[in-house]
Design a protein around this ligand. Structure first.
Ligand code: FAD
Length: 443
């Protein structure tokens, strides 16, 4: 019937913009859209959960380089590369508990299993993600130990983009090429360390480590440690280490010092000016002897599998050209999940994936490339006008979630600020859209 319609439309009347869109949509639904999902962490599983629910329009494969699903929540003692030479992806440390309560952290359609605590151990999050994968019967669509090496757009029939993907079985080293109509990139953004240049660092003789490779605090027993960066990892790791170290210095350039209560052996100092073999000098010219430096300086975006034909640019903390921080404006059949920060990641994935799928199945029509680029640039300029640095290109707020989520989020942020040592001892129940209840739980 589509063929007939095409012929009729073609010969009997000029093609209007709407009829072209309608025909394209019909052609698309005649065959299922083949989707490649890169990565089997929370975002990749979320993609699978939605794709599997619409078998009429979609078929898909999830490629995961590690030997299980869960992404960064797959804790391992290993650092560097694994036995097959694949870089260790997880940045989890042994004692990590979530920094948002489980009541507001999960996918909106799949609550967390029952636990007393609100701030759960990382093993509980992995258990949750595996339950999610099992519940939606995703395992048969997942290829574990499969590294995506290359993604390249090519011109298919009727000008449609076909994505050629080279994958490698990391155990056998056997490569394979496959074709897809769309790609959902879910490779995680907390795995490739960002390390600043520090004058004299090559002379420093102590231990240096990035938070990505930090696993446990015992190795810092009785020594002086400088933690560079006061983000969530910096503060959390400083707290853990303070129970073992002699002194811990949190070195940061935040406009205001942290106001939270800190253990007596934790001090705040400005950013590092330079290093010597044994000491660090800070921007206020104070200095200290240090046995170790831990970089808690964040991560870089990294898409080593994209060929130049993908036309993706990374400028600092900005990935371009992406409409709504997600969809490639020139090649709209590829999207990049999870770039925004200051978000609740799991709910964000849930919405991003569904939006992208609707653009693929024709339920949502994207604006033209020019309109998308213009909107994207306007959004970026608006941020700069608000005095945000360019690193905040993908920074978000939480406006559209139910008010109670914002309330718990703000309440926890406040407690973390003022009661860093004990804030994880409280647990929460969401009563309705605007109310929650809290109680103390034993650690
Ligand atoms: P990841 O979990 O990183 O998964 C990406 C997957 O892609 C990995 O499994 C990786 O092996 C795979 N992959 C990458 N490249 C390839 C390739 N080329 N081929 C095949 N597979 C590939 N979020 C919260 O909501 N609450 C918290 O309390 C919280 N704490 C955190 C603590 C730490 C230390 C870190 C690092 C992050 C934390 N996060 C937290 C954020 C967390 O990153 C997100 O919640 C979420 O798990 C990210 O999921 P993802 O799927 O985007 O990425």
């Amino acid at each position: 019937s589509v063929k007939l319609q095409l012929e009729t439309t073609h010969y009997l009347q000029p093609l209007t913009h709407d009829s072209v869109r309608f025909i394209n949509w019909q052609i698309r639904i005649m065959s299922r859209i083949r989707v490649a999902v890169i990565g089997g962490g929370a975002a990749g599983l979320c993609a699978g959960r939605h794709l599997v629910s619409d078998p009429q329009h979609f078929e898909f494969k999830i490629f995961e380089q590690w030997n299980e699903v869960g992404g960064t929540w797959c804790y391992t003692e290993m650092t560097g590369t694994d036995e097959y030479g694949v870089p260790i992806h997880s940045s989890m440390y042994r004692n990590l508990k979530t920094n948002v309560p489980k009541e507001i952290m999960p996918f909106p359609d799949f609550p967390f299993h029952d636990t007393d605590a609100s701030f759960v151990h990382h093993t509980d999050v992995l258990k949750y993600l595996k339950e999610y994968a099992r519940h939606y019967d995703l395992y048969k669509h997942i290829r574990l130990r499969t590294l995506v090496q290359e993604i390249k757009p090519t011109m298919g029939k009727c000008g449609k983009t076909v994505w050629k993907i080279v994958i490698k079985d990391v155990e056998s080293n056997i490569e394979e090429q496959m074709e897809f109509d769309a790609v959902i990139v879910c490779n995680g953004h907390y795995s490739v360390p960002s390390i600043p240049n520090i004058e004299g660092m090559d002379k420093f003789e102590g231990v240096t480590q990035h938070s990505k490779d930090y696993r446990s605090p015992e190795q810092f027993r009785g020594v002086n440690v400088v933690i560079l960066g006061a983000g969530s990892s910096g503060v959390d790791i400083a707290m853990e280490i303070s129970a073992y170290a002699k002194e811990v210095y949190i070195s940061h350039n935040l406009p205001e010092p942290l106001t939270c209560n800190l253990p007596s052996n934790v001090k705040q100092v400005p950013g590092i000016k330079f290093a010597s073999s044994t000491d660090f000098t800070f921007l206020d010219d104070s200095s200290t002897h240090a046995d170790a430096l831990i970089y808690c300086t964040g991560y870089k975006f990294n898409f080593p599998f994209l060929t130049p034909e993908c036309k993706v640019r990374i400028e600092g903390r900005r990935v371009m050209p992406l409409y709504k921080h997600l969809i490639h404006t020139e090649l709209p059949s590829i999207c990049f999940v999870g770039l925004p920060f200051q978000v609740l990641p799991f709910p964000l994935f849930h919405f991003q994936i569904q939006y992208f799928m609707k653009t693929l199945d024709g339920s949502i029509t994207l604006p033209s490339k020019e309109e998308m680029d213009e909107e994207t640039e306007k959004d970026f300029q608006r941020r700069l006008a608000m005095d945000m640095p360019p690193t905040c290109a993908h920074k978000m707020g939480l406006k559209r979630l139910p008010p109670v989520v914002r309330m718990v989020y703000d309440y926890v942020a406040d407690r973390r600020k003022n009661n860093l040592m004990h804030y994880k001892a409280e647990s929460y129940s969401l009563l309705d859209q605007g109310h929650f209840e809290k109680k103390e739980v034993s650690p």
